[in-house]
Design a protein around this ligand. Structure first.
Ligand SMILES: [Zn+2]
Length: 326
């Protein structure tokens, strides 16, 4: 967890995403951007489903619309022009897509739409997606939010209902390495790892593991426990506490998946397959169990879950999150 991933906007093919060997033509850049858009929406859809179905398990809920936003500033350099042609970007933040089944899906909102106002606030020059989302969350706490959109010269305002889901967000990181991580608020998954997980249930296992760290407040609790994040995490007490949070995240992930209607056994398949390579040397260190141990533990949780009919399941593990790690 808490892996630092770098955004490298250099991808050459629609599927699978690959680092560009040479600068592409204008057409290639557009297919790169379409591929990245598909990855963003796939990841966001999985996260939204997990964050909605597990609302009862979260300490912090936020009003959500199902609008997936992106910022013009995310596409710099050789992608700037193609991004403007594809997505319009008449303002700093655009609507990258709308999640099926979400409140915003009731409206026809093309991906050429840009966000000009949220309620009374002018957000034409909002600096980040996170800032725009915070404004939506503040304005949408009453059950709906007025969103003004510019689309190819047309301006309109929609009143979009909101629904309460767990706080958190996801980002697909363009990278040729396999990794996933969270800082406690944002979950990052690399495009390389996504490409190797065509099965949504396995990608959901990755998202659920990282999200479990957020639900269990691990990043803050590790910080409060004075656990080093760097090299020294592999020694002594650091190592023991890191390992404990990894085991807890694995165990809770099975419940988060089941509550959202994903097959919790997919986590086991992940660790016996693509997951064996994730994080490079990270898995070899003492902080994570080996893939076989993880798979066996997840299989036990999945078997326990299969005995329970009611949803959402509130596992006992949740009661540990208010305790200091020691
Ligand atoms: Zn982890």
């Amino acid at each position: 967890m808490a892996a630092t991933l770098t955004v490298i906007p250099g991808i050459a093919e629609p599927r699978p995403l690959k680092p560009a060997a040479a600068p592409g033509t204008g057409l290639d850049r557009k297919s790169d951007l379409r591929a990245l858009q598909a990855a963003d929406l796939r990841l966001a859809g999985i996260f939204y489903r997990i964050a909605k179905a597990n609302a009862a398990l979260c300490q912090t809920l936020v009003p959500a619309t199902g609008l997936i936003l992106h910022s013009r500033s995310a596409y710099l350099g050789q992608y700037e022009e193609a991004a403007a042609e594809l997505f319009g970007f008449e303002a700093a933040i655009g609507v990258e897509g709308v999640l099926p089944g979400s409140p915003a899906a009731a409206f026809d909102i093309p991906d050429t739409s840009s966000l000009t106002h949220i309620a009374a606030a002018n957000v034409r020059s909002a600096t980040t997606v996170q800032q725009a989302l915070r404004t939506i969350e503040q304005a949408g706490s009453g059950g709906s939010v007025d969103v003004s959109l510019a689309d190819r010269g047309r301006q309109r305002t929609l009143r979009i209902p909101t629904e309460r889901i767990c706080a958190g967000r996801v980002e697909a990181q363009v990278s040729a390495t396999d990794n996933a991580g969270t800082d406690g608020q944002t979950i990052q998954v690399t495009t390389e790892l996504m490409n190797r997980l065509p099965e949504d249930d396995q990608l959901a296992a990755v998202v659920a593991h990282e999200f479990a760290h957020i639900v269990l407040d691990h990043p803050d609790r590790l910080t409060r426990a004075g656990v080093a994040r760097g090299l020294f995490r592999e020694f002594g007490r650091n190592r023991r506490l890191w390992r404990q949070t990894e085991i807890e995240a694995d165990r809770l992930s099975a419940y988060l998946m089941a509550n959202a209607g994903y097959d919790p056994r997919a986590a086991q398949r992940f660790w016996l397959g693509a997951g064996r390579r994730v994080g490079g040397g990270l898995l070899a260190s003492g902080t994570h169990m080996n893939a076989r141990q993880r798979a066996a533990m997840l299989a036990r949780e999945a078997a326990a879950i299969a005995q329970i009919e009611a949803r959402p399941i509130m596992p006992e593990l949740l009661t540990t999150r208010d305790m200091p790690l020691d």
